[in-house]
Design a protein around this ligand. Sequence first.
Ligand code: BEZ
Length: 220
Amino acid sequence: MSLQIGDTAPDFTAETTQGTLRFHEWIDGSWCVFFSHPKNFTPVCTTELGYTAKLKPDFDQRGVKVIGLSCDAVDNHHKWSQDIEETQGTALNFPVIADADRKVSDLYDMIHPNANDTFTVRSVYVIGPDKKVKLMLTYPASTGRNFDELLRVIDSLQLTSNYSVATPVNWKDGEPCIIVPSITDEQAKDKFPAGWETVKPYLRITPQPNKVGQSESRSA
Ligand code: BEZ
């Protein structure tokens, strides 16, 4: 059966541009973005990898390790990385798995034979520090992904794993959140001292809990 949200991300050992690694050991209690792209020396992939490298400070700030994969050999990855640096202005700063035998792609269902039986599609797995899959995305080869959206989702995942909130449509870090329905109003009094607005009994809006008081203390 294919991998689903909440499953443990399968472990593997693989050769990468930064040497051989064992996946679970490498994650080492961090969050992880694991993404595949169809092929080296292709235009959309070149822009995706360059942009992801540019986002390193944003991933670091959130405690996220990034790792890519394509079904090419490691020497080929190294050659392509020179093009990425030259054309995108940033050198690769995260490992890229060389999955020439498709062992890892098969494990993660990254090859969709009805799209292409050789190349991986654009899959993304966000994996938590508990090694569980928190999010899965699949894009076709022709559409580059929005890596800013991945940062937004990670902000939501990290927030909702620590507080009894969910995040509404198009939410961005710092914006109001929704109190999860399983929390009663009585419990919410303790958990959300900044209060909330009851739009409907099931739709209660509260300031983002980990930002409450920050603007006041900055201006004090
Ligand atoms: C690309 O990355 O540009 C690409 C890869 C495979 C098919 C189409 C586009």
